[in-house]
Design a protein around this ligand. Structure first.
Ligand code: ARG
Length: 569
């Protein structure tokens, strides 16, 4: 692709003798394209050139060569020079790249040689997979795909919550009441019931709590009976989780959960001890973080067992050594902010290379609320994710039944639309915002939704089918795409690669979901304003090719978000 920003930076570089790369990083996109396609803020050079921004801008405007192949016009507005790019250049540049790269258009190599570990999903064994885990699964999955598309080696880790004292309790409950619960049939529901019931009993009877602790101690020591039960709970839960992952299309490279680190926590303790960072506090061993205004990080409890944080520290050591990561992202709700600040601080005392410490990053996200209020609490009242996904598919099925009852392959389409709607909703807004879950908006085919993008995609597909040929690239005339509506689409297509880079710069998939909405809307306007299958061959060819480009980018972008496109709708 013609790198327009680079060309502008080069021209300014020639005038000022400043470095083009730096200049390029200053270039902005004006809020309204009536003001131009790119804008150079001259105040950034005022100090260096010892002149007022306005004067610099005027000087640039005078000296910029308009016979350049790219720029058609410059304008000075205050301290800005605004650049107008020749429409023909944008169209040619985009369509040429599409022609060469097809579905790889927009992807890149910036991550080559770099590794990013993404820790996401991570539900807890014997507990429901709830809607908060869905957010982690969807955001983490989208980041995984975009990093990969930009050439990074990506490692997706499902750090399962498969360890902790709660297993001592579930084992105790199971011992007492296994006849009353059918854990084969409905593992998570039944195990949750057992857990709630035994907890209640523990509150009433101290000796039961003691028995639970003893079970956990036995489990830690590898007692065969406890281990076998724990393994069974784990297998049954995973089977249930897998149904959700199959619906979402989620995949992981590693399933090393908390239990994987049990025999690796001693090293954490040893290193911290050697570095004089462990202190006794009420029988427990902790790392004091008061100088950072944080509560202490507990490493070892009074009874000698480790906790969530210790296992996360062991995981940092393991991941650094095993994957030699450049980044290690934790896609976990913002409720765990303190936890990650603590372990990232303590990780500095583990004798790891600076590189790894710098690479650790918590990627937090907000809570999901029902339109009517909070969605899930720790006790009870948890809405199960699988039910939500099934309901989405059911609702999509009903809409399709009503709008297009003769559609072939309705089941598969309902699945793609329903699941796509849920995924898109999770990614539609900046991740730190709390999300409002409202069926009417999620599945609105005319709103800013997954189904809307799918719907426009299907429209591009039917245009291409109707045309029944793909014009030869070499014969395209780019001038006929200079109208406002075509240009709007072309400029968006031009930005695609840049959008993907922004997604990983901020670890923010919503940048891509917003972009796909903008592109779908721009195509919809283009389609309403321009007839595509027209007499004029040049016009027809160019418009079909534009449609082809939109079709590719919508599908490729949606796929990166984890959304599958239907063929028809
Ligand atoms: N299982 C945890 C939860 O459900 C999330 C684990 C996140 N990953 C981690 N490395 N701590 O809250």
């Amino acid at each position: 692709m013609i790198e327009i920003k680079k060309q502008i930076a080069n021209q300014i570089g020639k005038i000022t003798n400043l470095e083009a790369d730096t200049l390029e990083s200053f270039i902005e996109t004006p809020p309204d394209d009536k003001m131009g396609d790119y804008s150079f803020p001259c105040f950034r050079l005022a100090k260096e050139l010892k002149k007022a921004p306005q004067m610099i801008a005027e000087e640039f405007a005078e000296k910029i060569q308009l016979d350049s192949e790219v720029i058609s016009k410059v304008e000075v507005v205050g301290g800005y020079v605004n650049f107008f790019v020749k429409p023909e250049v944008i169209s040619r540049s985009v369509l040429e790249a599409i022609h060469q790269e097809k579905e790889n258009y927009g992807k890149g190599k910036e991550g080559e040689g770099k590794t990013v570990v993404i820790d996401y999903s991570a539900p807890n064994i014997a507990k429901p997979f709830h809607i908060g885990h869905l957010r982690s699964t969807v955001i983490g999955g989208a980041l995984y795909n975009v990093y990969q598309a930009l050439g990074y080696r990506t490692i997706g880790v499902n750090h399962l919550g498969d360890y902790g004292t709660q297993f001592g309790k579930i084992i105790e409950g199971y011992k007492r009441w296994h006849d009353e619960y059918d854990i084969e049939k409905n593992p998570i529901d039944e195990l949750t019931k057992i857990y709630v019931r035994i907890n209640q009993l523990c509150k009433e009877d101290e000796s039961v709590l003691e028995a639970c602790r003893e079970n956990f101690r036995l489990l830690e020591q590898g007692d065969p009976y406890c281990t076998e039960l724990w393994n069974r709970f784990k297998d049954l839960s995973l089977k249930e989780f897998q149904r959700v992952y199959d619906l979402l299309g989620s995949k992981f490279d590693s399933w090393n959960g908390e239990a994987f680190y049990i025999d690796k926590t001693q090293e954490v303790i040893d290193i911290l001890e050697k570095n004089h960072k462990l202190v006794e506090s009420e029988g427990a061993r902790i790392v004091d973080l008061s100088e950072y205004n944080m509560a202490p990080c507990i490493i070892e409890k009074t009874n000698g067992s480790t906790i969530y944080a210790t296992r996360d520290l062991a995981a940092i050591l393991y991941r650094a050594r095993t994957y030699d990561f450049d980044k290690c992202l934790y896609v976990v709700a913002y409720e765990q902010n303190l936890h990650f600040r603590q372990i990232f601080e303590v990780a500095k005392y583990l004798d790891l290379d600076e590189k790894y410490i710098k690479g650790l990053e918590h990627v937090p996200f907000g809570m999901v609320r029902l339109k009517t209020g909070k969605m899930s609490t720790r006790e009870g009242n948890v809405i199960k994710l699988e039910e939500i996904l099934q309901e989405a598919i059911q609702r999509a099925r009903e809409i399709i039944q009503e709008k297009n009852p003769d559609l072939e392959n309705k089941e598969e389409i309902a699945k793609r639309v329903g699941i796509g709607a849920i995924i898109f909703n999770d990614l539609a807004n900046s991740r730190v915002k709390d999300e409002i879950f409202d069926w009417d908006t999620i599945l609105n085919f005319q709103g800013e939704t997954g189904p809307y993008i799918q719907y426009i995609f299907v429209r591009t597909k039917s245009v291409l089918e109707k045309a029944n040929y793909l014009p030869e690239f070499a014969k395209l005339d780019f001038d006929v795409l200079s109208d406002e509506y075509s240009q709007k689409v072309m400029k968006l297509l031009y930005q695609y690669h840049d959008i993907l880079k922004q997604v990983i710069d901020k670890n923010e998939p919503s940048i891509l979901s917003r972009y796909l909405i903008d592109l779908a809307k721009a195509y919809s306007v283009f389609y309403n304003e321009n007839k595509i299958i027209v007499e004029d061959q040049k016009q027809k060819d160019a418009r079909i090719y534009l449609t082809y480009a939109v079709n590719l980018v919508l599908e490729s972008g949606a796929k990166l978000l984890g959304i599958q496109m239907p063929d028809k709708m």
